[in-house]
Design a binder for this molecule. Structure first.
Ligand code: GCW
Length: 672
């Protein structure tokens, strides 16, 4: 009886505790600054000073004689110090005796906005351009909010416009507008940069050519640089997409990337500006798109001016859910390099799917290129870092709360690429979600922080599993949202068939020495590791090898079965996220809970759509049944093939009330 009573009492107390914990109302507009004290309050609580002996952007937080001090190398460093203290407070790491000294790993830590002057955002899933190019006034309040967010994670530069640039961004009206934005961003330690269109001298001033060796063209860029710097004295420089995906460039005039980059570099050098020249180049005629950056840039190593940096996407193809690192990182020795990550989820379910990129970027940054022997990680080979932003006019900036985690993770890794994805996930959860009133720290930690962190950490692999496991890549349809493994019409290197090469014999892209030879763009021992089936990592197997359907994997199972199991695993992982999220309802603001619940419903349905399309389509080649222990296909391939999701006019995918994708026949197949 006594035992029963104490059990009943414990149950009652537990219920009382749980019911007394009331979630705090939040709408996601404070992002990761939600849990900390306001910046001004933190600043007012410390003694500050500038110490030129400290690194320019570095800071030192310490306690002395009962007081807390922040010393920094500059105003910018001081700001980073205050935000670091704010973070430490929110994380419970700011107790007496605190001593924290930091400086950023990279000097240049940028966001690249793919925003167009008509306010659309290429691959943007959070509304129109946050800069509001078409409005009469610039959106000052939003720009300030953005400045705080960037500064709080240590980002110090923004390229305001799309790499598919409009020449008008360099006309007098736009330079004046950009100067106003730059004046605000400067207050947060952020430099302003622009993407330029190669043909600007032709479009804006009627020059006959864009030849980088033509004196008139060179003078035009010098004059333009002078005009920009008169308006923006600390202008950062240009980002350039040239001779890539239809953009013009120096090759149109028989010149090289180096000729083009150096001409711009010469124009910017007197003012301290830089040129970020993208290595994202590929021609439709090439047998392997993954080879092309090395083929074009290696011969130019050592020819670029000092203020040119080659901006290289993390993988050799295009921001796929999983790619090996770009071999170019291990090949250029006399040229500055920067890595380009994609914060916006172009290939990972837009702002509908929960996909935390901390793990993606950690994987790339930690990869050993062996360029200068063991330990030559990508993080160490590059001297700067860029991330394609996921921001828009949405009040929460990113489309929904979990998409904000990627902006946060990117900034933290740009500041310190040695941080672990797990630590970053932990920080983000604690700073973003407010602890319910009346809930103890320990309980919040166990019941909320840990499960959410687990979701984040498993999320990217889940997307890899249900979109394209085992090294498969680029199985996307038109808008890059849904599956289209059947697509083979149009430019070959834009079609999934070019990448998966499925036929009755097997699947995968042969990049071995017997195939495209891509493996040999990597330094040894990686080249042989990737080339040899025995040593090639299984998560990149079909990236490097074309294999028969019955090829046995380390599990002892046939390739076909493993493919099916991975797709199934992806679905099951997302179902696990949904279940966890249901359990977390008592601890999250109803608005944020409902928003994420809807997204996870969509994600689970999309995951099945991906599986049905890919497994169903590949089955037409393998001719094999699904393994017994996986969920059966929901939709037969005949009802999916050649179909895609309905999108709105901005390319946003449409789902019905149940969260299922609205699938339709593309116009070209419909009857008039
Ligand atoms: O991933 C592709 C995108 C394009 C983008 C291009 C690039 C800005 O689909 O939308 O264009 O990469 O990085 O230049």
């Amino acid at each position: 009886m006594r035992k029963y009573l104490s059990f009943a009492l414990a149950a009652f107390l537990f219920a009382a505790c749980a019911s007394s914990a009331r979630p705090v109302e939040q709408d996601g507009t404070d992002l990761w600054l939600a849990a900390g004290r306001p910046y001004e309050t933190v600043l007012a609580s410390v003694q500050t000073g500038i110490d030129p002996a400290l690194p320019a952007e570095g800071f030192h937080i310490y306690d002395k004689d009962g007081k807390r001090f922040i010393q920094a190398g500059s105003e910018a460093g001081l700001r980073y110090g205050v935000y670091a203290l704010q973070r430490a407070e929110a994380l419970g790491q700011a107790g007496p005796g605190m001593d924290l000294q930091e400086k950023p790993f990279y000097d240049i830590r940028l966001l690249n906005h793919w925003d167009n002057l008509d306010d659309t955002v290429e691959r943007g899933y959070a509304g129109l351009s946050m800069w509001e190019w078409t409005a009469t006034e610039i959106p000052e309040a939003r720009i300030r909010h953005y400045g705080e967010l960037c500064a709080s994670i240590g980002l110090n530069g923004s390229v305001l416009n799309n790499v598919n640039s409009n020449p008008l961004v360099l006309d007098a009206e736009h330079i004046a507008r950009v100067a106003k934005i730059a004046d605000i961003l400067r207050e947060y330690g952020i430099k302003t940069y622009l993407s330029i269109k190669w043909t600007s001298p032709i479009a804006l001033s009627g020059l006959k050519s864009g030849d980088p060796l033509d004196p008139k063209v060179r003078q035009w860029w010098k004059d333009k640089a002078a005009e920009i710097y008169a308006a923006i004295p600390d202008f950062g420089g240009f980002l350039v997409k040239a001779n890539s995906e239809g953009q013009a460039g120096p090759q149109d005039y028989g010149r090289t990337h180096a000729d083009g980059a150096n001409m711009l570099a010469e124009a910017l050098a007197p003012y301290g500006g830089i040129v970020m020249w993208r290595a994202f180049v590929y021609a439709p005629t090439s047998p392997d798109r993954a080879n092309q950056a090395v083929e074009e840039f290696l011969p130019l190593d050592g020819q670029f001016a000092d203020n040119v940096i080659i901006q290289i996407k993390n993988g050799p193809v295009d921001f796929q859910p999983r790619e090996p690192f770009s071999p170019l990182f291990g090949r250029l020795k006399k040229t500055k390099m920067m890595v380009e990550f994609q914060v916006t989820q172009e290939y990972l379910g837009f702002s509908n799917h929960l996909a935390f990129h901390g793990t993606t970027w950690e994987e790339c940054l930690d990869s050993d290129t062996y360029r200068d022997g063991e330990g030559s990680t990508v993080a160490k080979m590059v001297t700067a870092i860029a991330g394609v932003a996921n921001t828009g006019q949405d009040p929460n900036f990113c489309g929904y709360v979990f998409a904000q985690a990627n902006w946060y993770a990117y900034g933290r890794l740009a500041w310190n690429p040695e941080l672990s994805a797990e630590q970053i996930a932990d920080e983000w959860v604690r700073q973003t979600f407010l602890k319910p009133e009346g809930m103890k720290d320990k309980a919040f930690e166990k019941k909320f922080v840990e499960p959410v962190k687990d979701i984040l950490m498993a999320s990217r692999e889940a997307v890899v599993d249900y979109e394209m496991p085992l090294g498969l890549h680029h199985l996307f349809g038109g808008t890059h949202y849904g599956p289209a493994p059947w697509e083979r019409l149009g430019r070959p290197d834009w079609t999934p068939a070019y990448y998966h090469k499925a036929d009755s014999a097997g699947i995968g892209f042969d990049r071995t020495r017997d195939g495209s030879g891509n493996v040999d763009q990597y330094n040894e021992p990686l080249a042989s590791t990737f080339n040899d089936l025995e040593t090639c990592p299984e998560n990149l197997l079909l990236w490097f090898h074309h294999l028969p359907w019955d090829y046995k994997l380390s599990s002892g199972k046939a390739l076909w079965d493993e493919i099916c199991l991975h797709y199934d695993q992806g679905i099951q992982t997302v179902e696990g996220f949904r279940k966890t999220w249901q359990e977390l309802k008592p601890y999250v603001s109803p608005a944020l809970w409902a928003e994420t619940d809807r997204k996870l419903t969509i994600q689970a349905s999309d995951a099945r759509w991906w599986r049905d399309a890919c497994v169903g389509y590949f089955q037409t080649f393998s001719g094999r049944p699904l393994p017994a222990d996986v969920e059966p296909l929901r939709t037969p391939i005949d009802s999916l093939i050649y179909r895609s999701i309905q999108s709105d006019r901005l390319g946003m995918p449409q789902h019905d009330e149940a969260g299922d994708p609205i699938i339709m026949m593309p116009r070209r197949f419909r009857r008039p």
